[in-house]
Design a protein around this ligand. Sequence first.
Ligand code: ADP
Length: 644
Amino acid sequence: MSPGDGSTTIFTVNYRDEAPPDAREPRLRALFEHALDAILLTSPDGRIHAANPAACRLYGLTEAEIVAAGRTGVLDVDDPRLPNFLEERRRTGAVRGELRSKRGDGSVFPSEVASAMFRGVDGAEYTTLIVRDLTERNRIEAEREDLARAKDEMVAIVSHELRTPLASLLGFAELLLTRDYPEEERREFLGIMLHETQRLTALINDFLDVQRLDSGRHQLSPEPTSVRALVERALAAAGDDPAHASVVDLPNDLPLVLADPDRIHQVLMNLVSNSRKYSPGGGPVAITARWAGAAVELSVTDQGLGIPPEVLPKLFEKFYRVSSSDRRDIAGTGLGLAIVKGLVEAHGGRVRAASEGPGRGSTFAFTLPVADGPAPRTGVLTSAEPMPAAVGDVLIVEDNPAYASWMTHTLALHGNSTRTASSAEEALQAVAAARPGVLLLDLRLGGTMDGWDLLAILRGRPETHDLPVVIISAFEEKARGQALDLLEYLVKPVAMDRLVAVIERARVDRGRSVLMVDDEPSIRRMVEQALALEGIPCVGVQSGEEALSALEAEPDRYALVVLDLGLPGIDGLAVLDWIRSHSILRDLPVVIFTARHLSDEEKQSLSQRAEQIVAKGKGVPIQTVVARYLGQGSRADAAGQSGR
Ligand code: ADP
């Protein structure tokens, strides 16, 4: 019997079975044929005599090809561990170790090889090779190591990032409690404590976001959204940064995208703030967008520190931070980009990072799906949908970030949403992006225009001539505001309660008259009374004609129309059509208040043009519905009380 003749009787050697050899032979062959691991029969000089089917699958070769290839065809001869492996086998007769193996296509893979030498019945020396592919095992091990590393990093970062602000908070709180400091120092310490508290809040919010994204519990409310509005809002919120000019380049024909505006705001804010943070030497930050098939791709590009190519794939991992000397002093947790990725992917988009290398700037881009069809004019509320922002937010125009921050916090405490702008230019952008409910205006501003210039521009434009404006300034120039229809002129410092009260009044004065259209005097009176109890002014009219002339005369006066359908003359449906066909009234919320029984078809058609249908006498208090649209009342009040 000679090696290589296709026979495997060689295996009978050393096999301690009492059965005669010809009875054992078929069992040995079956063992060889069906083994899951690759088995090769070789000679110490590297020749291969036989290979089992598992070996053929592993190498992607036929047995004949394996035999022809020999040892150098299936092992990577450049593996530095190979000489030791062979030497050990020669010395001890058996060896097991990790070696790089080679497939038929030339690709190299990690493997575990066990090899033993024996003497055949023909007296010649043979070896067996049992080969296991370790690719999958190594992948799992690497993953485990990555996880362990990420966990270590997380613990290190969390303890550093939490302990540092906590140490300041603890230290200053103790000092303030145990010593008497002059007022100025007390305030300075409190300022530091406030700042550290804000840092902690942001950090904890990041942790919670990551946690929510990981567990798939992040609630998104995507809606057709203008890319330009998203970009303008982010830039207004990021504020002016003299070292990093913002350069915006958006094509005019971009389609609407399907986005949750608040979440994508968070994505853009993260990217813009990273671009500024990692460009310590300054330089422009460009925001661009382009069509990319069924998506729009937005990119943020800076000319800062750039990113080494080998770490590009890791940037979006949680807690990953580039550790190079040029960014040692830049604080962060490595969570920002993980949140960006999670939020974008939750929208069905993709993120990518690109950089020409260290010192050559970076681009971060993400896609958002294009929204199908035009944006709906108004949503029809169901009890599960959030309350609409019927009155709008407060736009704080203030160049002192600390004071802007105080106003933001104070107003937020009383349920007001706010945006901030630090210059007149930014304020104009923010107003164009979305008309605020109230403008809170400082007179001294960054940029070339002051508060008076801004006010003059706003009063000169038809869309903002009636915008409620409150001036809040250290200058006492109240008289100058008289011609400009100011709601209030506040001189700094302003007490918290006063600020809140003025903003509250701005809304009631300017935004909350309801037009009640009903021919039944008792119903008009009932609704007027109910709304008066809620502090909501109401104007009642008894016919369609009167409604049209009231709206025509003072289109800005009304925040909402409560409309009966069965009116004499011009009926409710005609009034509704008229409102919807007038561009300045098109977005005026209308609540249908009717005793008429409506078919499903009628309800469907009405629901496309009116905010809600409330059935008279069905136990739904109309004032609850109205308050809901005007931003008053609790969500719980309005929930589940849809009259439709
Ligand atoms: P953080 O900024 O808190 O470290 P991020 O997740 O936002 O965390 O970013 C991860 C890492 O990516 C950062 O540590 C930084 O080194 C790198 N990086 C992010 N944005 C940029 C950028 N615009 N230019 C250069 N490096 C960046």
